[in-house]
Design a protein around this ligand. Sequence first.
Ligand code: DI6
Ligand code: FE
Length: 402
Amino acid sequence: MRCDRVWSKARLATLAADLPGLGVVEDGVVAALNGRILYAGPAADAPAFEAGDSIDCEGRWITPGLIDPHTHLVHGGDRAHEFELRLAGASYEEIARAGGGIVSTMKATRAASQDELLAGALPRLDALIAEGLTTIEVKSGYGLSLDDELKSLRAARALGQARRVSVATTFLGAHALPPEYAGDADGYIDHVCYQMIPAVAAEGLADAVDAFCEGIGFSLAQTRRVFEAAREHGLPVKLHAEQLSNLHGAALAAEFGALSADHLEHLDAEGIAAMAQAGTTAVLLPGAFYFVRETKLPPIEALRAAGVPLALATDCNPGTSPLTSLLLTLNMAATLFRMTVDECLAGVTREAARALGRLDDVGTLEAGKACDLAIWDIERPAQLVYRMGFNPLHARVWKGLS
Ligand code: DI6
Ligand code: FE
């Protein structure tokens, strides 16, 4: 059978949902044709391939390419100065209420051109790609004006032109209240719903809509209005929910059939049941938990027991998670959240794809999916979770291309 490339003598962690654990195939083969997986499975069952290129993996492990389903990668400036304020005792919320935080990054983002935003995001993307990332979600949310939100989403889309990576974009205009709407949050939500979302949808700049449902963000009622506008324009939704308090955002997200609810440290039983019922994925963000020194753990055991899919992400952003390592995210998820190795690796592959609504295309090593691979110099998959600050990536393949 003709194919473009074949990888043999590999140990596959397929993450196929119909196989136990990581879906391991000890002596495995992956074959690609036109950027798609033609075959992934035991060498013993593989057809005889006539390949344009054959690669002996010498016993190395192959996982699906890694997926980061929640980032704020595109933004101006950084918040190292606020980090120093936090070291001196100021809380994240105090800094936000004093006009710092997201609004501080907004000023830097508004001052940057689209090309400058792209140039600033590329080193962060390259750090993730170096660890085997093949798909990334990138949110807007630091422009907070129509033109600057469009500029941010165009820069996010441009990442997928500048690198061999798949980009999912998310409109997060309801991230914070911009100064020009001080004291008029409902007026800003009108602007988000009646001007921003229509313009974003008309240009096809976003694959989903998100909001920050929080005391320092937007209320449940305001979030509902954003979700209604997203639905009117055919866009799925996600939500920053129950990060610092319980506003019951996750239950609202589930009511709208959200792809995911993210953070979830303060999630309650009602929210868990609603997410399980709706099939909404939990995206857990241990980098933000660690960096803001949160003490309330997300209810991992209850989510697990309810069968809510568990995804992981860096939440790469300048304020609460300046993190550009999915491998460190894996270690944090296991060390801080006590997730298992299998859950962690599924969290940045299959379940991350689910959180983006892209499970039919990526996230597992199965025929018909994009040939996105990460090939590792490891003896066992646990080493990807166990180590901190060590990158054992041997090779990365995106749509069949190295
Ligand atoms: N929650 C977060 O942790 C980030 N956004 C959000 O809604 C923080 C963004 C920032 O502080 O820049
Ligand atoms: Fe976030």
